[in-house]
Design a protein around this ligand. Structure first.
Ligand code: FMN
Ligand code: MN
Length: 478
């Protein structure tokens, strides 16, 4: 059964042992962030803070999808579902978009705050990391904006920092869909862009919003696809936009053309505070609505594994696998490593012709999920791309330290990417490299060193005998 709201998802996390309730008072100023950091760095369960200093009416949930097992629960699958199952399920569900339905009202309308009554400091926005530029209100939410020229309504997740009682600084990257709408359309035409920020909707909403679906795809339809049931939407109070009816909190507003305030810096998903404080667009808030006994949600970016990494690796890997296969490439698997903070992907392939790794790399870097990816490892099909143990061994032993590392200059990368000097980072002027771990096609068969492993170095009979007798030898089950 798909979840009807965030609360049903939290209940399920309770059942699977993936949620810790904190009764003790915690401070929104750094303490919640520091707890979130430890959760993400050390793989602890998600958290529900029931007693937040200064905010007796609010609870705060964190670390919801900062582990693949909690993404699996959100997809209504067993928490120990395999990576291959998650990818296959994502692709299967994505084939059947389900349009949302509009409802008259919903729990997110239980409290309505308008105009001068709006005060963003009444919300428990955490000061997440020491060194951040301010309190981050939007770190686990969806941003709803509408294309002025079509029926396209985009859902994305873009960070937002409190600037003032009614102003939020927002990071709008040029390459993201919200950037295409704002810079290329609204601002270019000198028009304000309406925006709705929904915090704490049903879990597949945030999942769909953070997936790289193509432009003109309505993520609401894809959230419906992911849960196998339409999302219920209600109209906003002050803007002509629709938000999930069960959202815990909705913030409505407008992004005016040319208005900029200093936003950042922020400890980001790369594991660093890599982009500087800079003039960035601003949301002027016109209304806040929220549920009774509301639950605010936050993520805690930084060193892996964070919400960004665990949440996005499944869809990116699955989409890349499908795309490379559809282009006729002989690949056998793809995995974007969450532990790499989105910087490294591994593709496994058959090697029917010379330099197949080059063709794969050009296709990976040329497709949406690989657009800003800096590093790629190409391994042969006897290696499981999902197994870091196997990939590490293969990279270390099969990649020619000179000829096997191919460096590409003048490539597009993310402005947050820590590899590059600040001036280049600001402009997204990057570089990429791929590591070719396939044996060269011009090596004789005898020249290729034989892999010495249990699976390759013994006859089937010996393997079966050893497996059959394992317990009899006196070894424990693993
Ligand atoms: C916790 C979290 C925070 C994110 N913050 C940002 C952000 O501040 N700016 C950004 O461009 N992308 C951010 N992303 C990634 C985008 O949400 C993601 O690329 C998504 O596909 C964007 O939607 P779009 O494809 O419709 O533009 C974040 C993702 C997560 C999971
Ligand atoms: Mn989009």
């Amino acid at each position: 059964m798909p979840f009807d709201d965030l609360r049903a998802y939290l209940k399920k996390l309770d059942e699977t042992g993936d949620l810790v309730h904190v009764a003790q008072e915690v401070d929104w100023n750094e303490e919640m962030g520091a707890i979130g950091r430890r959760i993400n760095e050390q793989g602890f369960p998600a958290v529900l803070f029931n007693n937040v200093k200064d905010y007796p009416n609010w609870r705060v949930a964190g670390g919801l999808m900062s582990a693949i097992r909690r993404v699996a629960v959100g997809m209504d699958l067993p928490s120990d579902a395999s990576l291959q199952t998650l990818k296959a399920e994502f692709l299967k569900r994505a084939q059947n978009p389900i349009k949302p339905i509009i409802v008259k009202s919903g729990p997110c309308k239980e409290n309505i705050i308008l105009g001068d009554q709006v005060d963003l400091f009444s919300l428990p926005a955490p000061f997440i990391h020491a060194g951040d530029g301010g309190r981050y209100l939007c770190t686990w939410h969806i941003n709803v904006t509408k294309d002025p020229d079509s029926d396209w309504v985009n859902w994305g997740m873009y960070r937002g920092m409190i600037q003032d009682r009614n102003k939020i600084g927002i990071l709008i990257n040029l390459n993201q869909h919200i950037g295409q709408m704002y810079y290329q359309k609204y601002e270019a035409r000198n028009q304000p862009m309406e925006i709705a920020i929904a915090v704490g909707p049903e879990p597949m909403c945030t999942f769909a919003a953070t997936t790289f679906f193509p432009p003109y795809v309505n993520e609401a339809d894809m959230a419906g696809a992911m849960r196998g049931k339409p999302i219920e939407l209600v109209r906003c109070e002050t803007v002509d936009l629709y938000v999930p009816a069960t959202s815990e909190l909705v913030i409505e507003g407008k992004v005016y053309p040319k208005e900029r305030m200093e936003e950042g810096p922020f400890g980001e998903y790369t594991g660093y505070r890599a982009s500087d404080r800079a003039l960035r667009p601003v949301v002027t808030v016109t209304a806040i609505t929220h549920r009774n006994d509301p639950i605010f949600t936050m993520s805690c970016e930084g060193v892996p594994v964070t919400e960004t990494h665990a949440n996005m690796c499944i869809s990116k890997s699955a989409q890349m696998e499908r795309e490379l296969r559809s282009r006729g490439l002989p690949i056998t698997g793809v995995w974007f490593y969450p532990e790499s903070a989105g910087a490294l992907a591994v593709v496994a392939t058959r090697v029917p012709y010379a330099n197949v790794a080059a063709t794969i790399a050009h296709n990976v870097f040329g497709s949406p999920a690989g657009f800003v990816l800096p590093l790629l490892i190409v391994v042969p099909d006897d290696v499981d791309p999902h197994s870091w143990k196997e990939v590490m061994h293969t990279l270390s032993t099969r990649c020619h330290p000179y000829k096997g590392i191919i460096r590409l200059e003048h490539e597009t990368t993310n402005p947050l990417d820590p590899h590059f000097p600040l001036a280049e980072r600001r402009l997204g002027m990057g570089a990429k490299a791929y590591f070719d771990c396939t044996w060269p096609v011009n090596w004789d068969k005898e020249e290729i060193p034989a892999l010495t492993s249990f699976a390759t170095a013994y006859s089937k009979e010996t393997q079966e005998k050893v497996l059959k007798n394992w317990a009899a030898y006196g070894f424990p089950e693993k």
